[in-house]
Design a protein around this ligand. Sequence first.
Ligand code: FDA
Length: 319
Amino acid sequence: MLREILVSLSKNSRLKNLVMHWKPARKASRRFIAGESLEQAVGVVKELNQKGINATLDQLGEYTIDPDGARQSTDDVIKIVDAITANALRANVSLKLSQIGLNLDEHLCAENLQRILTHASQVGVFIRIDMEGSDLTEKTFNLYRRMIENGFSMVGIVLQSYLYRTRKDVEELLHWGGRVRLCKGAYIEPVEIAFQKKTEVDANYDLVVGDLLAAASKPGAPRLSSDGRIPPIPALATHDNNRILNAKSLIEKMGLPKEAVEFQILHGIRRDLQAELAAEGYPVRVYVPFGTQWYPYFMRRLAERPANLWFFLSNFFRK
Ligand code: FDA
């Protein structure tokens, strides 16, 4: 219930204005956000790289409200790509298609995405398309397929194990050489299209992991690139110990090398897990979000774990 309320408040523009100008909230958001500027985020990525951990940089922003804003966001993503090469970072980029105009005009979004992918491919940086709410799932999936058909290979997508359609999507996109970050899903979706119980979402996660690892075990399947920028087919994004244990046991059973898969973790969550997986020799990538548009991202992180909200509120009232 609290999760539903917080996710629905993440779209409330009045609350957004209040929260974003509220000092304690800005301070609390810093647990999950690397900073407001690209320079700060680059600093965080350098520290991760020194510990043998890769990163994916995300300039926060979603549901851009006009075409000029979408073009500006496209330029911003290109700046991140350039910062990765200029600083020799072991990193790639994550973006949301609604940030570059998917909610406004599909043609504009395709044009913007194509511009990003053209530049990123030239310099060898991989782009990951985050998955948003189900109003955009089909459009996101189709645009991803179009980009692969247009010859772009250094691009991947995110799929969510709470959606019934995900296993079928995985099967389809593995045929066209897609790469998948698998997460559980951070939005609220109705029973008509999504599992509602955690046990069902988890069970589907494990099934999809099996499908992705089977694809990664085929001869010639891509491995993590030596510069840490291009991921293998499966990127398993979860902080859930049981999901990770299941994946590790499958990897061992299948005799897969560790670079055939990467684990992904959000900045500010379970640092112990980052270190543990990296020490075991698994490729680890931390999702490093930054920027001024942190409100919806912050609210989704609060929603995932009610304890985050109580921690935030109790600190506020203690002042
Ligand atoms: P689960 O929610 O079961 O949590 C397992 C454990 O992780 C918890 O017990 C707790 O210890 C810890 N934990 C989880 N969330 C926490 C939080 N917010 N604060 C503190 N501890 C927390 N979603 C989406 O819809 N589209 C996307 O594109 C992405 N992209 C993405 C990238 C990466 C790298 C990650 C790790 C996650 C995403 N997500 C996402 C978010 C994802 O869908 C999901 O909401 C969260 O990862 C939480 O789910 P877990 O798999 O961690 O499991």
